[in-house]
Design a binder for this molecule. Structure first.
Ligand code: RIB
Ligand code: CA
Length: 314
């Protein structure tokens, strides 16, 4: 049984990513931790709790609120991408389960220390909580099995600025700490998600026709994200960056080309704040500090997703 901690700024696709892990028979979700990012912090907490309930895990998977702000900077939430509630303006009722009292950073540290070399951390949000956990207990670095993160770009095709992807842009200082900590890392960058993790109109229509509670939920929470992508890029599709990242954890064969690279992040300049520099030609002559995903199997990802959306255990 794979043990995971999922760090999330729960809105839109974050919920599908959570559902995939919560519905996997091979995975035990030790904790869901909430980091500032997509929408108002308390709303993100409610969105995670609602998703846990919908997945049938109410009371079994704890949700820990964490960093309400990045380490040093201000950022803007993106209600225009995910809706006012982050859930496609669905305004779901509050779940019965309530958030834990313990801070996400302490929950991460405790879970990793209790299960040395067993916990995979999935970062589908800015990395403030993880960076704080590493600063508070540096020993956890060698006890984390691996961190998979949805974030950054392989070749500077950003979604929030031309240079940067949102999760890394929000807290580049946290990313700096994590990138240079020595922890095992796998990066799933924005272009890879846009290439292999986009659901096109025929696939969306197939999901609509399922009429399960999972598929109805998926369509609702991603409705504003679909409109936003169409308006901003002309592409009619639902982007699933966090979901394809979780899918790679559940089935590593979904990542079909992975290379070891040295990657740094710009936390110095304003214009390229949060840009991830992948040293493709090894011109810095530095030891690789992470694995970077270059190609993925969309068909394997889609099969896994469809199974979950049909209400099946994956
Ligand atoms: O840039 C995409 C990422 O930023 C996703 O994790 C999305 O949920 C937002 O957090
Ligand atoms: Ca996210």
């Amino acid at each position: 049984m794979l043990k995971v901690i999922i760090d999330t700024d729960t809105a839109g696709d974050d919920t599908t990513a959570l559902m995939l892990a919560l519905r996997s028979s091979n995975v035990r979700v030790e904790a869901i931790t909430i980091n500032c990012g997509n929408v108002a912090f308390d709303q993100q907490v409610e969105n995670a709790l609602y998703t846990v309930e919908l997945s049938g895990n109410s009371g079994r998977v704890p949700v820990y609120p964490g960093a309400r702000r990045p380490l040093l900077r201000d950022w803007q939430t993106v209600e225009e991408v995910h809706g006012k509630d982050g859930m496609g303006n669905s305004f779901f009722p509050k779940a019965r389960q309530r958030p834990e009292e313990k801070h996400a950073v302490d929950a991460m540290i405790e879970s990793i220390n209790k299960n040395p070399n067993e916990v995979t951390v999935i970062e589908q949000a800015p990395m403030t909580n993880l960076a704080m956990a590493i600063r508070k207990d540096p020993e956890i670095v060698r006890k984390i099995r691996r961190v998979y993160f949805m974030g950054g770009t392989n070749q500077y095709l950003g979604n929030v600025t031309p240079a940067a992807e949102f999760n890394i842009w929000v807290d580049p200082d946290a990313a700096k700490i994590v990138f240079h900590s020595g922890v095992n890392l796998t990066m799933v960058g924005w272009e890879i998600c846009m290439k292999y993790g986009l659901l096109m109109p025929d696939e969306i229509a197939e999901i609509e026709s399922l009429h399960t509670k999972e598929s109805d939920f998926f369509i609702k929470v991603n409705s504003v994200a679909r409109e936003f992508l169409k308006k901003s890029t002309g592409i009619d599709a639902i982007p699933c960056p966090d979901s394809i990242t979780v899918a790679m954890v559940l089935d590593p064969s979904i990542a079909t080309s992975v290379k070891k690279r040295y990657v740094d992040v710009d936390n110095q300049s304003e214009i390229s704040r949060g840009a991830t520099w992948v040293d493709e030609l090894a011109v810095w002559s530095k030891k690789p500090n992470m694995e970077v995903v270059y190609e993925a199997s969309k068909s394997k990802f889609r099969s896994l997703l469809m199974k979950m959306l049909k209400g099946q255990t994956i």
